[in-house]
Design a protein around this ligand. Structure first.
Ligand SMILES: NC(=O)CC[C@H](N)C(=O)O
Length: 229
């Protein structure tokens, strides 16, 4: 399994992501600078978190106009697996690869804490190592994580089962209180219609070792990458 991690000016989670890929697959990912025009041959492309271009204009908006994005759009059409986390999710919505937008958190504050997520489906390439309705812990760190989509888009995402993660309480209930940032329908992560691209605000790469305080994020990478024997 070959993995490429895209890096933009202001990206800051690329090494966390590389460590997660290395820990679970045993091989080093390729790091690809945004000014390149070609993503090397890869089975998985990751857009990590951070503050590309200082979040100026809108989070991810300037990164979405980077030279590398033309090839990212091609690879998305070809069905290459793509994972966007946090700023990576914001870039995926700004390129139009995923629908909707990440708005300022409803409480207008940066949120840096551990959230609880309910895994909505098990039968996807991103979640096969989890159980359906499993409640997982996952760190979040963002100010623009408030997922918005219009009614029609939201209904389409729900009808097609494209919501993979929702903010929930300890019992797995989808409540208003558990909705840390005001996202519509408590959405924390969605995929494309074909099931090859996932965007999510929480950071599974930051909960994969005992030293992180838990292993709940590993399942996402184990689902996507071959397990180390
Ligand atoms: N950790 C991150 O990727 C931060 C995402 C984004 N720039 C925000 O704060 O909303």
């Amino acid at each position: 399994m070959k993995t490429a991690i895209l890096v933009f000016p202001g990206t800051n989670r690329e090494h966390d992501m590389a460590a997660a890929v290395r820990s679970i697959s045993g091989s080093d990912p390729m790091m690809v600078w945004h000014a390149e025009t070609q993503i090397p041959d890869a089975d998985l492309i990751i857009l990590p978190g951070g503050f590309s271009y200082g979040d100026y204009l809108r989070s991810g908006a300037i990164a979405a106009r980077s030279p590398i994005v033309a090839d990212l759009l091609d690879k998305a059409k070809q069905g290459v697996r793509i994972l966007g986390v946090c700023n990576g999710f914001q870039i995926l919505t700004e390129t139009g690869i995923l629908p909707g937008a990440l708005m300022r958190n409803a409480g207008l504050h940066f949120i840096c804490k551990e959230a609880l997520l309910r895994v909505e489906r098990q039968d996807t390439i991103f979640t096969s190592a989890y159980k359906k309705n499993q409640v997982m812990r996952c760190p979040v760190a963002h100010h623009d994580g408030n997922y918005f989509a219009d009614d029609e888009t939201l209904a389409m995402l729900e009808d097609d089962g494209r919501v993979l993660f929702r903010y929930c309480d300890a019992n797995g209930e989808i409540t208003k209180d558990a909705n840390i940032n005001g996202s519509r329908n408590n959405i924390a992560g969605i995929m494309n219609a074909r099931g090859t691209i996932l965007g999510m605000m929480p950071h599974p790469e930051n909960l994969i070792e005992d030293l992180h305080g838990g292993l709940d994020g590993r399942g996402l990478f184990e689902s996507l990458l071959e397990k180390v024997a």
